[in-house]
Design a protein around this ligand. Structure first.
Ligand code: SF4
Length: 332
């Protein structure tokens, strides 16, 4: 059974963009593979953030993942900073990573442009990503199209380390393309992102879901109720594809193209399907939130399982790289 690794940043509560774009797929992957999933807090600190909020955001993300169906009995779920081997391997991999490759990464260039002073951590972000995967010798990484460049760099880093220290030790991770359609924010323009205020949280109440969906952007061609639309260019239809059953999606597309109904009718149908799908998740989350120490215990157990694998990898990495082994007190 192939081993899968993936991570998600602790942005707080999961939103439907995270869910449809990644987490729904993670839940399915648990049936087919050995999965290791992490809340990657060490990645989150490469962007400006509030230290007093980080722990709560991390806990909230873990609650969201558990409520969405990540099953800690089958899957290793843990917080990245709880397993120090990630940072140790990251430093080691930095020594075989070409600087030019890091500087060429599109995401680095985008983010660096927006910052006056660029921290080196932003540049070496993909090296930590490589360490996240390679420390578990994971062979598969679920990614969207926009992450393929980082995955190719990860494969290059594995090849370079293998060539220098141990051919075949690190597998070259393969992409598992999710195939999920990218859900835009409710404004219909930008990526769905909590910082842009254009999200619907996965655990929101039915009233809040409707209040946010009601004014959401649709196909601009539908200026009046009589104007036919094109569901393929409408973000509301993309969300339908995540929550409504196929016969409903077909009905939506037909009603849209023939101006058989207005966008508000369409959104009401979507809201009903979203609420039906998300209510059990909200109920599970409420149980988890009522027992924060239980969630912490699950994360501790996840970190112990992750650390056991990561330690074995690092013993072999250190041995192949020729480091002097530490001795126990009183040893030779
Ligand atoms: S009818 Fe539905 S799919 Fe068509 S434009 Fe309006 S909201 Fe979008």
């Amino acid at each position: 059974m192939a081993r899968v690794f993936s991570g998600i940043q602790p942005s707080g509560e999961l939103h439907i963009g995270n869910y449809l774009g990644a987490v729904q797929n993670w839940v399915r992957l648990q049936d087919q593979h050995e999965c290791i999933f992490s809340v990657v807090d060490l990645h989150a600190i490469t962007q400006p953030y509030e230290p007093q909020e980080l722990a709560q955001r991390t806990q909230d993300m873990a609650v969201g993942l558990l409520a969405a169906g990540i099953d800690p009995a089958r899957t290793v779920l843990f917080v990245q900073s709880h397993v120090a081997e990630h940072t140790e391997l990251s430093w080691i991999l930095t020594t075989v990573t070409p600087l030019g490759e890091l500087e060429r990464q599109t995401q680095y260039k985008d983010k660096a442009q927006r910052q006056e002073s660029v921290p080196a951590g932003l540049l070496s972000y993909p090296v930590l990503q490589a360490a996240d995967v390679l420390v578990y010798q994971a062979g598969l990484v679920p990614v969207g199209e926009d992450q393929l460049q980082h995955l190719e760099l990860m494969r290059e880093i594995a090849r370079r380390w293998n060539a220098r220290y141990g051919n075949g030790f690190f597998p070259e991770p393969q992409p598992l393309l999710t195939g999920a359609k990218r859900v835009l924010g409710l404004d219909g323009h930008a990526k769905m992102s909590k910082s842009l205020g254009n999200t619907i949280g996965l655990l929101e109440s039915p009233e809040a879901i409707w209040a946010k969906l009601r004014p959401a952007a649709t196909d601009p061609a539908r200026k009046t109720r009589k104007d036919p639309g094109n569901p393929e260019v409408c973000n509301v239809f993309t969300i339908h594809q995540g929550f409504s059953p196929p016969p409903v999606q077909a009905h939506v597309a037909q009603q849209c193209r023939t101006a058989g109904w207005g966008c508000l009718d369409c959104k009401r149908v979507l809201a009903d399907h979203m609420i039906a799908a998300l209510t059990p998740l909200r109920e599970r989350a409420a149980q988890l939130q009522a027992n924060p120490s239980g969630v912490r215990a699950l994360l501790r157990e996840g970190a112990e399982r992750a650390r056991a694998i990561a330690r074995r990898t690092m013993i072999e990495v250190r041995r192949r790289m020729g480091f002097l082994e530490p001795t126990e007190r009183g040893g030779d």
